[in-house]
Design a protein around this ligand. Structure first.
Ligand SMILES: Nc1ncnc2c1ncn2[C@@H]1O[C@H](COP(=O)(O)OP(=O)(O)OP(=O)(O)O)[C@@H](O)[C@H]1O
Length: 416
């Protein structure tokens, strides 16, 4: 009797074990399918957006910082969990009222630099395939634009999108060598400060910060923005440096960081008061197939978008804030005109919009980050930024075009 019940129990146990194993296998299969499904969703989503020609918008909320002050930690930001809005929605609470927004992607304060980079790495890679790519960060002072774009280069896991993108580009260009591809890379870096372009890689810039704050760039240099028929942008007299390695770019980034104007406002100790534009031009030639590609990667850290009343700026700082507000309001004029499909788009109204013309009005793949501070005292600014970002997201700028041709056809054309 005892033997019978033991063997029955063993059989039941074996049966249960089989069921558990089957369930585990099915779970593993489903998990793989979910990952595959998510990858497919991302790919289709990207394709749809490319076909629609919209500017993509990613939103990123930074963590609360000790400097944010006591009483500002009240939760004003939340993330909807519904299937449609998961990972794409953000709700802002102001005076008991909830304001919902949806973007292509929303990163909470928990997102790491790597999490953010994974989402843009495909876009970065397309610069190597011959596309013009433009990524810019918009948001109030201290909301995490520079952290997102540059990060803290001294800590590897906190490196931002610029160093990560460049590392990826160099890695992939190396691995494409065996397929016959050779790439030439050129870097330029500029800032727009009080409506004046400054060359951040010029070797003969004045080191006197007061002088450089008020002069019109490096002496005798014009820095005129020009667009050619292919939608490529050039800035006259701007230093362009050939680069062969990530190490070379890193030292150029350091040089540029030292040259950047930084000032103090009530909102951020080390507030960057200028728009920073990093440009990498990529020319690729395939020795085997004679194919040529020309891509551009523009990475832009805009100056803080806070309103005058909040920044507490006076004197020189007030002038800067007014200039920043002017160029950012020109940017929003351009965005609104594009959204309304007006015949005339006022690109020429500011240096920033004229420089960005091919990214905003042309055939680039453009992505905007809207950065937010999570503290309750920033809720008004956050709403302004999110409303602007929603308009940007709705803008159709055209279908991205790849700049590629055959070397033979090219040389015939130039001979003829
Ligand atoms: N995701 C994040 N994780 C950790 N710290 C962050 C994050 N985002 C921003 N910070 C920190 O918050 C502070 C302000 O960020 P940051 O300087 O990037 O703001 P900003 O928007 O670029 O300001 P500005 O307009 O003055 O350039 C910095 O100390 C930065 O290191």
């Amino acid at each position: 009797m005892a033997d019978f019940s033991t063997s029955q129990a063993r059989e039941e146990f074996e049966e249960q074990k089989k069921v558990v194993q089957e369930l585990q296998d099915r779970l593993a299969e489903t998990e793989i399918k979910v990952v595959e499904g998510e990858n497919l969703r991302k790919k289709l989503h990207n394709t749809i957006l490319e076909l629609k020609g919209n500017i993509r918008v990613f939103c990123r909320v930074r963590p609360l910082l000790p400097d944010d002050g006591v009483g500002t930690e009240k939760a004003v930001v939340s993330y909807p969990t519904s299937t449609e809005a998961l990972g794409r929605g953000i709700d802002i609470l102001q005076n008991g009222q909830k304001f919902p927004f949806t973007f292509d992607k929303v990163f909470s304060h928990e997102a790491s630099q790597q999490d953010v980079f994974i989402e843009i790495s495909q876009l970065v890679q397309s610069a190597l395939d011959g596309y013009k790519v433009c990524i810019f960060a918009y948001g109030q002072t201290g909301s995490g634009k520079t952290y997102t774009m540059m990060g803290r280069p001294e800590a590897p896991e906190q490196k931002g999108l610029i160093p990560r993108s460049l590392e990826q580009i160099f890695q992939i260009s190396q691995s494409l060598k065996c397929q016959g591809w050779k790439y030439k890379m050129q870097v330029s870096m500029l800032e727009i400060y009080n409506e004046t372009i400054r060359d951040l890689l010029s070797s003969n810039r004045s080191s006197n910060s007061d002088l450089t704050r008020t002069d019109s760039g490096t002496l005798g240099k014009q820095y005129t923005i020009k667009h050619d028929a292919n939608g490529n942008t050039y800035v006259s007299d701007l230093t362009i440096v050939d680069v062969c390695s990530i190490k070379e770019i890193s030292s150029l980034l350091q040089q540029a960081a030292q040259s950047r104007s930084v000032g103090k406002t009530q909102m951020n100790e080390q507030s960057s008061r200028s728009h920073f534009v990093f440009t990498l031009r990529i020319s690729g030639v395939n020795e085997g197939t004679e194919q040529q590609v020309q891509g551009v990667l523009n990475l832009i850290d805009l100056a803080g978008s806070e309103r005058l009343s909040k920044s507490g700026a006076t004197g020189e700082r007030l002038k800067e804030t007014q200039a920043i507000n002017k160029s950012l309001s020109c940017l929003s004029d351009v965005i609104f005109s594009l959204a309304k499909k007006e015949d005339h788009i006022p690109f020429r109204n500011s240096k920033l919009t004229y420089l960005l013309q091919p990214c905003l009005g042309g055939d680039s793949k453009t992505l905007m980050f809207v950065n937010l501070s999570p503290d309750s005292s920033s809720v008004g600014e956050s709403l302004c930024s999110l409303r602007f970002a929603s308009r940007v997201n709705a803008c159709e700028i055209g279908i991205p075009r790849r700049q590629t041709n055959m070397r033979i056809a090219d040389s015939r054309l130039s001979c003829g």
